[in-house]
Ligand binder design. Structure first.
Ligand code: IDC
Length: 538
């Protein structure tokens, strides 16, 4: 039988000892372990067991005990458990009911018991030991805090010390500390933080006692930490390139372009979406990684319709490239042919334009070139588009060896199948497939799947959620069927359009200030809501 269970016996234990004694000399150090034990006459003196033993931890080295007084007691003895044995700490020679244990180490589990005694006719009679009070001193204040800072996480490390666990706290806006994360090691990881945000943290060490109560240290000194800026799409992925039927990042992992296209940038209002503020909303709230800058060539105000228009368009393209670069977004410079049908109509202007662009942006890793939006009017891949593309690609490659070049295909960029077995010699080209969900359905999806399975790199550099006219016929389910397929193939897509024109394809309601769009859905059309929601979740 162990000493602990012996001590639990609810007996009146009498110890033979001198009537007068000095503390610690003639009273036993171990409860129930003295010689000269119970006598027949002693058994008649009853000393009740101490009850109501309570404690308050006072800092790192003291525990204050209180208990219910035993009536008629001559004094008390306080016992502390050491190496599994309750050993006497003190004999108190009066009927008092408090004692403060001092000189304890920090974070020390401290189990205490008290018993009363009565001295009758020179003999000391002891009550049983009380129930144990299980407590602990507080751990020391954590020191030496260092941090490892991430975008959404911070790891705090403090000097290792005695305790059960460490807890990190963050200062709230009301000035109060809020516990965030625990760790049994001296490194605590705090997650779920916002990027580019300053936080005040501190650490507290906790010691758990045997009854399950935790005793906290003083708070460490405060550390102020700013989380890192979120990696931008370009910072995270670097230069894109074509690998097999997909676009990959600089590490060779498949990268899915999720983009918004402007409407025509010759229109003052529509080009406003290219402001840093609005692009940032598209990047952060919409999860867009690519902006397509649609520079019409032949429509009103288009690049080929006059030198003033050309100069204006070029300046806007350049501003857009810089804004996208500053936000780490990919940008597509789109030679937006439409009514000019055959790309060869303005081939010489295209060559001059892309020569300048490639020379200017050869060192940029966020620029892609789309060299003919939508050939149409009967021109086929082999009947003119391919030769145009090869000429412009060769021009670009004189300067920029690395940028992806997007080549339009026949019938408003639907005839990707014409490219099968007839690709350009340049391996860093992708071929454009455009769809409008209420017009182009299974038959065009099947064409995509066939071409993809044969290894043709395709990019949906433009899609609408509605009729091909851009107005009417919003079709949510066809859009979702398309996007589901594209996600499965990891083929990128870019929505027409991030504009506020009063037409179904527009993402923003008429009147929206495109220069400073808001996050959230309050400015969005049905189409805008569908696209934003998809982009945020896929
Ligand atoms: C449409 C615009 C519309 C404009 C018209 C002509 O949405 O406001 O009046 O061009 O400039 C495309 C073209 C794209 C079209 C779009 C919708 O690439 O320029 O925009 N579309 O018709 N191909 C298929 C559809």
């Amino acid at each position: 039988m162990g000493i602990l269970s012996k001590l639990k016996r609810p007996l009146t234990v009498a110890l033979a000892a001198a009537a007068v004694f000095a503390a610690g000399s003639s009273l036993p150090d171990r409860a129930g372990s003295s010689g000269g034990l119970i006598t027949a006459s002693a058994a008649s003196v009853s000393v009740p067991t101490v009850t109501g033993l309570k404690s308050t931890t006072l800092g790192t080295d003291k525990v204050k005990l209180t208990w219910n007084k035993v009536s008629g007691a001559s004094g008390y003895q306080v016992f502390m458990q050491k190496n599994g044995v309750y050993t006497r700490l003190i004999s108190i020679y009066s009927n008092t009911n408090t004692y403060t244990v001092t000189g304890l180490p920090a974070a020390r589990i401290t189990n205490l018991k008290v018993r009363a005694w009565k001295t009758v006719n020179g003999t000391n009679y002891f009550g049983a030991l009380s129930a144990a009070r299980e407590t602990a001193t507080n751990p020391a204040k954590p020191t030496g805090i260092t941090s490892t800072v991430g975008v959404n996480t911070v790891k705090l490390t403090c000097k290792k010390q005695t305790c059960t666990y460490y807890r990190a706290y963050a200062m709230q806006s009301d000035g109060k500390w809020k516990g965030l994360a625990n760790s049994t090691s001296n490194t605590i990881t705090i997650s779920g933080l916002n990027a580019s945000t300053s936080y005040k943290f501190c650490v507290r060490a906790w010691q758990r006692d045997w009854s399950g109560d935790d005793h906290g240290s003083a708070l460490s000194d405060t550390v102020t930490i700013k989380t890192k800026a979120a990696a931008t799409p370009v910072a995270a992925n670097g230069r894109l390139s074509v690998k097999g039927a997909n676009i990959v990042n600089s590490k060779g992992n498949v990268f899915k372009i999720k983009g918004m296209s402007t409407h025509g940038i010759m229109w003052e209002d529509f080009r406003n979406i290219l402001s840093v503020a609005s692009l940032k909303v598209l990047r952060d709230d919409w999860k867009v990684n690519t902006i397509r800058v649609a520079m019409y060539t032949a429509e009103w105000g288009g690049y080929t319709t006059g030198s003033t228009y050309a100069a204006t368009a070029k300046a806007r393209v350049k501003a857009a490239v810089e804004n996208a670069k500053s936000l780490g977004m990919y940008v597509i410079i789109d030679w937006h042919i439409l009514s000019d049908g055959d790309p060869r109509t303005h081939q010489s202007e295209a060559v001059a334009f892309f020569k300048e662009m490639a020379n200017t942006y050869k060192g940029y890793n966020n620029v892609l070139y789309e060299i003919c939006n939508e050939p149409n009017g009967g021109v086929t891949w082999t009947g003119g588009i391919k030769s145009y593309c090869q000429t412009v690609v060769n021009t670009i490659r004189q300067y920029d060896k690395n940028a992806i070049i997007i080549c339009g295909t026949g019938t408003w960029s639907q005839d990707i199948d014409q490219v099968l077995g007839n690709r350009l010699s340049d391996s860093n080209c992708v071929y454009a497939l455009h769809f409008y969900a209420n017009t182009h359905t299974d038959w065009l999806r099947n064409r995509l799947q066939t071409c993809y399975s044969k290894g043709l790199p395709v990019l949906v550099s433009e899609f609408g959620t509605c009729d091909a006219s851009g107005n009417g016929g919003f079709n949510k389910s066809q859009t979702q069927t398309w996007l589901t397929l594209l996600d499965k193939l990891k083929v990128g897509y870019i929505n027409w359009s991030a504009s506020n024109k009063n037409e179904t394809a527009s993402a923003f309601v008429p009147g929206t200030n495109l220069k400073a769009i808001s996050a959230g859905t309050s400015q969005l059309t049905e189409s805008g809501k569908l696209v934003r929601d998809w982009y945020r979740n896929h």
